[in-house]
Design a protein around this ligand. Structure first.
Ligand code: EPU
Length: 417
């Protein structure tokens, strides 16, 4: 086991390149198995979650070549084998194997997903979608069994605009007979990315990025080449880190529009932002004003930046209120920040944060974004060394974290526990 050691108090300076989006990549990899020939994905992030997904595709019989940021997946010889255990248990997004295998073979057995379990995360809306398309779904000893003689297009209204359910239904419906309409669909950029890949493979999907998505099923899909969109959450994390340390950082390879909710909040706090075509410069320094933040579905403030933002708000004057309306209890980073001297209390869906200096401590990342929050907090500490354990969570979503932070002037290293 490794931990991250952070000797903070240095403003970040320089340029950081943002990788392809994790939450796109782990939906695009299973989407590729719907094709009958080779799919090439560029701008693939080098993450542990991606490595696990590749293991799953290889177990199914796909031929995979992964070099640097490009992956070639040839799924022409895959088979639908039951996967009640094994790598599917290691990540949450293995639920996309349900939609992808159902779409290609009309059957799948997939163990209930693992991943960052900061609170119970149901998949009832995914199941509702599969059933609407004509599949029978049962939970047998912790594995979901799906079967459909023939998938037929249907109208599905999502009770919650879930990212995972929207993508999973698109995967299952792309090759179904007839048309599917997803109402109250999620609008996150990753959904547009998946629809773009599927359309390049020959699917007919319209309206991705709006609340109504229409899918005209086609018989067969073919290979193609696709470049993954930049990771808006990784970008946002570096923006927040730049602001928290009073640095000056150019965040490169981003789509600034995807970060509008964060940019607006940073400006409201008093951070200077310069937006360019594919990059954003963040100039911090303070003093920062307290702000209220509400994490919502896209285009609202992303829940995945709620924890990193908590760390930044400890550096603002006065009292800020940060509420999460996507997850009701995603606050596992708070007790750890309190160990570092933060003055935060959680009330219902909100964290109430009073500005204060943080001190070095030994803290534990219990999920990916909580880990990012602790790293940012550690970077602000002026004396002593902050130790963050649970690095394996951080590795799920931040590739080359130490290298990137060191190139910005941070004193950060990994140490074996
Ligand atoms: N929900 C249901 N029923 C469902 C599905 C979701 O009630 O069937 C609820 C969830 O409990 C939650 C809300 O709907 O309260 C949103 O969940 P959603 O399904 O949108 O989340 P997800 O698809 O499982 C993805 C990302 C998360 C990100 C959320 C919200 C992936 C693999 N994960 O999760 O990313 O927080 O969307 O944007 O794409 C992360 O990257 O750290 C991460 C957790």
């Amino acid at each position: 086991m490794e931990k991250l050691m952070i000797s903070g108090g240095r403003p970040l300076h320089g340029t950081v390149q943002i990788s392809g989006a994790k939450n796109s990549a782990i939906a695009l990899l299973p989407a590729a198995i719907l094709a009958e020939s080779e799919v090439v994905l560029d701008n693939l992030p080098q993450l542990s979650d991606v490595a696990v997904y590749i293991e799953i595709l290889e177990d199914l019989g796909a031929t995979v070549t992964w070099e640097d940021n490009q992956i070639k997946i040839n799924p022409s010889h895959i088979k639908s084998i039951p996967m009640p255990n094994g790598p599917v248990k290691k990540l949450r997004a293995s639920y996309y194997m349900m939609g992808a295998l159902l779409g290609r073979f009309g059957e799948a057995i997939i163990g209930l997903p693992g991943g960052c379990n900061f609170e119970p995360r149901p998949i009832d809306q995914h199941i509702k979608g599969f059933e609407a398309l004509g599949a029978t779904v049962s939970n047998e000893h912790g594995a979901i069994h799906l079967h459909a003689k023939e998938l037929r297009g249907a109208r599905v209204y999502l009770d919650v605009s879930s990212v995972g359910a929207t993508i999973n239904i698109m995967l299952a419906a792309a090759r179904a007979k007839g048309s599917t309409i997803i109402e109250n669909a999620a609008k996150e950029p990753e959904i547009i990315d998946v629809a773009t890949l599927l359309n390049s493979m020959g699917a007919i999907i319209k309206g991705a990025g709006t609340e109504t998505i229409r899918i005209e099923g086609v018989k067969e899909l073919h290979g193609c080449r696709h470049s993954i969109i930049p990771d808006r959450i990784q970008a946002g994390t570096y923006m927040i880190a730049a602001a928290a340390t009073g640095g000056n950082v150019l965040i490169d390879n981003v789509i600034p529009k995807h970060l509008e909710a964060l940019t607006a909040k940073l400006i409201e706090m008093g951070v200077k932002i310069e937006e360019l075509d594919e990059s954003i410069r963040v100039i911090g320094g303070g003093p920062y004003h307290h702000v209220d933040v509400k994490a919502l579905v896209y285009p609202g403030f992303p829940t995945d930046l709620q924890s990193p933002m908590t760390s930044l708000l400890t550096q603002a004057e006065g009292v800020s209120v940060l509420s999460d309306f996507v997850y009701s209890n995603r606050f596992k980073h708070v007790p750890e920040l309190v160990r570092m001297g933060a003055k935060i209390r959680v009330e219902g869906r909100s964290a109430i944060i009073e500005g204060s200096k943080l001190n070095a401590a030994k803290v534990k990342a219990t999920d990916l974004r909580a880990g990012a929050a602790l790293v940012i907090a550690g970077l602000t500490v002026e004396e002593g060394i902050t130790e963050v354990s649970g690095v394996e969570f951080i590795d799920r979503g931040y590739d080359h974290l130490v290298t990137k932070l060191r190139s910005l002037g941070a004193d950060v290293w990994r140490q074996t526990e």
